[in-house]
Write a protein that binds this ligand. Structure first.
Ligand code: SF4
Ligand code: SF4
Length: 468
């Protein structure tokens, strides 16, 4: 059967980096490279970090804009307060995220991994600390091979202090989504946080330190499931980072003045820079490999070499298999259209669900022991217990009414007041003269009138036992 999927190559590990054979003592010394994609990654990364730290610091209507209050089971997201009953919305968020990932991966390959995945963003920040304290990739390698000296000790110490400080800030920022942010920062630095909060901050600090400091590409290569199923989404029109072998081969060193044609060489000068800057330690000239996170560092590196040699840029570039084969890239194709359409439908359903979120929930419980009773006035009376949850962030007054039984009376309050996020348990009775009545369905209604006059009604059906 014909398929337009790209085959992901398994490259012999003796040819490439040691990192393929998992060994915690193997390290990749990533060389710093500057260029368009490095800047794009840096600004995207900083934008995401600023958003990650700043979002819980924002206030909205006098309370923390985003706070997942697990103890009180209330999840505040700007002017929305969600309760465990609303957590189907979370399922929709995951479904949308999954389809967005399928759509973007089919179109642009693993750009999520290269630019926005926290593992990549934090890894590049940790590499920045490493460079500042221990120097370039070659210097870092030499330093690791040296025996311990004062120079090595202070450089390593400074790096680890930087890593731990950044990890601690990450742990605090993460925890501030679950604990009121002002108390968290104040209490943490005055040693007043409780056991659960301290444990959560320290846990995320340690996880960040280990992941971004020590594990880095090991997480991408050996732990992340996404790398493994990406090939199912790639096709020959997916944008990947690719090496133009037709143009680059035969590779080989030469001087800037030499003519490659006369030497029988292609444009690749075999400078190895594309390998040295790769955070996963692969050689993209061997073809697409599952380790490639589409970060574009090798594109910047190769462009730098091409500029130095006076050759046109783009020997390594964001391209497609079709383009590399000299054909036209097809952007609009059935898979892209399908994922895009499904994504739009999911987003629409999600917003419809949000628009239909009610500001209260009501549950009606019948008195199961006494289904009905005849009261002193000769009326048949049924008793119910209402459980009403105020899902707003303000104290609300609800009007209570019912319908479905002609000439029946409500024995209970007409109005109830409920504090924000609280569940009120309210017993009520309904009484009716049973003669001539056939229906036994009634509808209990609570009505909330907003400040600007908008009316929200929540109605539940229950049964009325006539006892005849
Ligand atoms: S091969 Fe290039 S794009 Fe892929 S991970 Fe390495 S540097 Fe990034
Ligand atoms: S950076 Fe470019 S020129 Fe240098 S080895 Fe890689 S592909 Fe060849």
């Amino acid at each position: 059967m014909m398929t337009d999927r790209i085959k992901i190559k398994e490259i012999d590990s003796s040819n490439t980096s040691d990192v393929k054979q998992y060994n915690p003592s193997n390290r990749i010394y990533v060389r710093a490279m500057y260029g368009f994609y490095q800047k794009l990654r840096r600004y995207t990364g900083w934008g995401l970090i600023v958003a990650f730290v700043a979002l819980p610091l924002m206030q909205w209507n006098g309370q923390q804009a985003i706070l997942f209050d697990i103890a009180d089971q209330q999840y505040h997201i700007f002017n929305m307060t969600l309760f465990p009953q609303d957590l189907t919305l979370l399922a929709w968020v995951f479904i949308i995220a999954a389809f967005a990932l399928f759509f973007i991966t089919t179109y642009l390959g693993r750009v999520w991994c290269g630019y926005t995945c926290p593992q990549t963003v934090w890894t590049f920040i940790f590499i920045w600390f490493e460079e500042r304290c221990e120097g370039s990739a070659n210097k870092r390698k030499r330093l690791d091979q040296m025996s311990w000296s004062f120079n090595k000790i202070w450089r390593k110490t400074a790096k680890h202090i930087g890593w731990i400080t950044f990890s601690l800030l990450t742990g605090l920022a993460f925890s501030s989504y679950f604990v009121p942010v002002r108390e968290l920062y104040l209490d943490f630095f005055t040693f007043n946080t409780g056991f659960a909060t301290t444990t959560s901050v320290l846990f995320f600090t340690v996880i960040t330190y280990i992941n971004a400091g020590w594990m880095r590409s090991i997480v991408c290569l050996h732990m992340c499931p996404y790398a493994r199923f990406q090939s199912a989404m790639f096709d020959k029109n997916t944008y990947i980072v690719g090496y133009d072998a037709k143009r680059g081969e035969t590779r080989g060193p030469r001087s800037r003045k030499d003519s490659p044609e006369e030497l029988g060489l292609g444009d690749c000068v075999d400078c190895d820079l594309c390998v040295q800057v790769c955070p996963t330690g692969i050689d993209i000239r061997n073809g697409l490999q599952y380790e490639c996170i589409n970060c574009g560092a090798c594109v910047d590196a190769c462009d730098y070499t091409m500029d130095k040699m006076g050759y046109p840029r783009g020997l390594i570039s964001y391209t497609t298999e079709e383009k590399l084969a000299g054909k036209k890239t097809k952007v609009l194709r059935p898979k892209i259209i399908g994922y895009g359409a499904l994504l739009l439908i999911m987003i629409a359903v999600f917003f419809i669900n949000i628009a239909n979120l009610s500001s209260a929930e009501m549950e009606i419980l019948r008195d199961r022991n006494v289904l009905y009773r005849e009261n002193s006035q000769g009326l048949t009376e049924n008793t119910y217990t209402l459980k009403i949850l105020n899902k707003t962030i303000k104290t609300q007054t609800y009007d209570l009414s019912f319908s479905g039984l002609k000439d029946a009376q409500l024995l209970g309050p007409n109005q109830i007041i409920i504090k924000p996020g609280e569940v009120l348990t309210q017993p009520i009775s309904i009484a009716v003269d049973p003669y001539g009545i056939k229906e036994n369905k009634i509808y209990i209604t609570i009505t909330l009138t907003g400040a600007s006059g908008e009316v929200e009604t929540i109605e539940q059906q229950t049964t009325f036992f006539l006892g005849l």
